[in-house]
Design a binder for this molecule. Structure first.
Ligand code: C2E
Ligand code: MG
Ligand code: MG
Ligand code: MG
Length: 286
């Protein structure tokens, strides 16, 4: 990742410089301004596809930042920086608003497409989150069952009591919940069991090597069994090829997400993708 030169000749920061406090502050300042601008932060949507019949299960909203001078910056770069400050709460609400606007647009076009939004660990500690989510759903006239929130195991384990309380309130509103990146954290079965979560997303690092790495194959199989034993739907992330899809199907995995099906794309492109797929929309709301 080479440093980019702005037109002025000034060297802009790059990821490896983020250990540097001043470049972190620069990024945070730019992100704060991006939240006030109208066009820098957008969402891409990636389909989650049923392995049984190829129908659409829903989409995951993934934030994209088009920086005015640096160009696109990956969420893997700026989310962790925002997570260290309160800015992540503003960013989350921004993303939720864009996602619900899109769901509203799809509803107006006759499509009920459930959308998943990622929640950072810090969001589960935000006492205002539930009130804000409730308000946003009402404002956009989107039924709670069309919203899904993804949290990681580590987000839950950081403060299990508070996380469980927040997740229970969200669940009671009718919102669906997923455990994201399953396998990379340290949740115990005891905790998973008591959470009001109905979907387990197996991290892509295990899925990607399940054809060549026996340990990963065993992990994926185990995660599918665990999820099913707890009454959850199991999603495989990072499905990149036909062989993976076939293997996952034979293991009884329910849903797949990955480049094999589609890359994350702007909302209008998803409309076109759906037309091409002739996906079974009416069955998607489940
Ligand atoms: P995630 O929630 O696990 O999202 C899945 C990531 O995997 C996305 O990366 C997606 O583009 C990528 N992906 C999907 N299919 C494939 C595949 O087949 N192969 C490979 N190699 N990658 C695939 P992305 O969009 O760069 O996002 C990275 C992470 O940033 C997300 O991981 C999530 O943790 C975080 N993130 C993204 N948007 C948001 C947001 O709005 N809020 C928060 N809090 N975090 C977000
Ligand atoms: Mg996610
Ligand atoms: Mg994930
Ligand atoms: Mg992941």
């Amino acid at each position: 990742y080479a440093a980019k030169e702005a037109k002025s000749g000034v060297t802009l920061y790059r990821p490896s410089m983020h250990t540097d406090d001043s470049s972190r502050l620069l990024l945070l300042g730019d992100l704060r301004r991006a939240l006030d601008a109208t066009d820098q932060l957008t969402l891409h949507y990636q389909p989650k596809v049923r392995l049984s019949d190829g129908g659409l299960h829903g989409v995951e909203a993934l934030v994209r930042w088009q920086h005015p001078t640096r160009g696109p910056i990956s969420p893997a770069e700026f989310i962790p920086v925002a997570e260290n400050t309160g800015l992540i709460n503003r960013l989350t609400l921004y993303v939720l608003r864009l996602a619900l606007q899109q769901v509203r647009g799809w509803l107006d076009g006759g499509l009920a497409i459930p959308v998943a939004v990622n929640l950072s660990p810090r969001c589960l500690l935000d006492s205002e989150l539930v009130r804000h989510v409730t308000g946003l759903l009402r404002e956009h006239g989107v039924p709670a069952r069309l919203l899904r929130l993804e949290v990681t195991e580590s987000a839950v384990m950081a403060n299990p009591a508070q996380a469980t309380a927040t997740l229970t309130e969200l669940h009671d509103l009718g919102i669906h919940l997923s455990i994201d990146d399953y396998g990379t954290g340290y949740s115990s079965m005891a905790y998973l069991k008591q959470l009001p979560v109905d979907e387990l997303k197996v991290d892509r690092t295990f899925v990607q090597h399940m054809d060549t790495d026996q340990d990963d194959a065993i992990l994926v199989r185990g995660a599918i069994e665990l999820g099913h034993n707890l009454g959850m739907t199991v999603v495989a992330e990072g499905v990149e090829g036909t062989a993976h899809a076939a293997a996952l199907r034979s293991l009884g995995c329910d849903i797949a997400q990955g480049y094999h099906y589609a890359r994350p794309m702007p909302g209008p492109d998803l409309d076109r993708w759906l037309q091409e797929q002739r996906a079974a929309i009416p069955a998607a709301a489940g």
